[in-house]
Design a protein around this ligand. Sequence first.
Ligand SMILES: *Cc1c(COP(=O)(O)O)cnc(C)c1O
Length: 424
Amino acid sequence: MEPVFREIRSRERVNQRRVLKAFQLAGVAESDLSGSTGYGYGDPGREKLEQIYATLFGTEAALVRPQIASGTHALTALLFGLLRPGDRLILGAGLPYETLQRVIWGPAAGNLSEWGVDVEVVPPADDGRIDAAAVLARVTPNTRMIMIQRSRGYEGGASHSIDELAQVSRRLKAGAPQVLLAVDNCYGEFVEIFEPTQVGFDLAAGSLIKNPGGGLAPSGGYIVGPQAAVEQVAARVTAPGIGMAVGPTLGLIRSFLQGLFLAPHVVSEALQGSVLVSWVMEALGFGVHPRWDEPRTELVQQVILGDPEAVVAFCRGIQAASPVDSRAHPVAANLPGYRDPVIMAAGTFVLGSSIELSADGPMRPPYAVYVQGGLSLGHVALALERAIAELTQRGMVPQERWRAAWDRMGSSADVGSVGRREPS
Ligand SMILES: *Cc1c(COP(=O)(O)O)cnc(C)c1O
C-alpha cells in the first residue's frame, strides 16, 4: 500500500499549496474571522471565502454559504437557479444520487418535472464511462444544461476522473457549445489536483460537510461557475434583486476558512483510509470498488458484503468505534429522499458529516456498504478492525481467510493497528 499512500500524500502537497496561495491572494486577515449577523451586508470574510473558492475552482464566481443546508440543497439551487420551464436537462452519467432523484421526479410538490423542465437520463457506456456521443444525440435546441455526477453514489456505477471529465467536456463543448456543463462534485474536492471546472466544466456544486469543509464546517454548500450563472443561483438561494449581497455568516466563517485550509490534509487521510478498507476487505474475500491500487477521484469505497446481516454488523462496528455516539445501535430506516431503508453508521461531531468516517448502505442487493471519510487514517484503521471483529464474531469471515490476510498485512508498516491483533 505504501506507493499508493505516497501518491495520495504528494497530491495533498499540491493541493495544500493551491489552498495556501488562494488564501494569500485573497488577503485573509484576522479581522475577517468575526463574521456578520442580520443581512450580512459587506461581510469581508464571506467575500474572501468566495474569492478563494473561485480561485481554487478556476471560476469567475462562487457562492459559499451556511444557509445552503446540504449538498442536495446546493445542487437544487443550481438546477432551479439556471433552468426555466421548457428547458431540457440531460443527466449525462446515468441516474443521479438518490436525493436528487426526488428533486427531479419525486412525489413532493415543486420538483423539477412539475416545474416543466424536461429531464433526460443518458446511462454510461458498458465500460462505465460517460457516453458523450449518446449525450450529444439527446441535445435539442431547448437543452440548457448537461449535468454529470462525479462520484459513484448508491447506484453502484463508476466514478468519473478529472481526466475523463476533461475529455468529455472537450467533446460536449465541441458538439453543443451553447449548453452549460455542470458537475455534482460531492466527495470529489481535492482528491485530484484539478477540479472539473478547471478542465472545461462551467459549474460545480457540493457540500461543506463533505471534503471542502475539512471536517470543521458545521453546515453549508457551494456553487462555483461563471459570474452571471452564480448570480442567478444566488437569486434562488436568497431572492431576486438581493442575490449574493445578503447572507450572514453568523459565527461560522472561521470554521469555513479553517476547514478549507485543512481540507487537502483531511481528504488525504480519508483517501488513505479508503485504500486501507479496500485492501483489507478484498484480502478477506469481499468484492470492493475501487480496488486498493485503482486510481481514485472521490472518497467513496464500496464493499460488497452480500448479506443484509453483514451490512448491519459492519455498520455497528464502525459506529462502536466512533468518537461520538459509540453506544448507539444503528438500524435500517426509511430516510427522506431515499427509496429503500438505509442503515447509516456515523458517530460524527457534525450531524451527517461524511468527511468524518461513516458507513452506510441501502438494504437491497447486492448488500453493499459504502465507506467514506475519516479525519485521520489512524481512526479508520481502528474502526475497520472493530467492523471486522463484528463480522468475525458472527462467522461471516472464515477464520482461515482472516489468518491469511493477517499474515499478508503483518508485513505492511502503513496498515496501522489493523491486522496486528487477531479479532476476539
Ligand atoms: C452526498 C451527495 C449528494 C447530496 O448531498 P447531501 O449533503 O447528502 O444532501 C449529492 N450527490 C452526491 C454524489 C453525494 O455524494
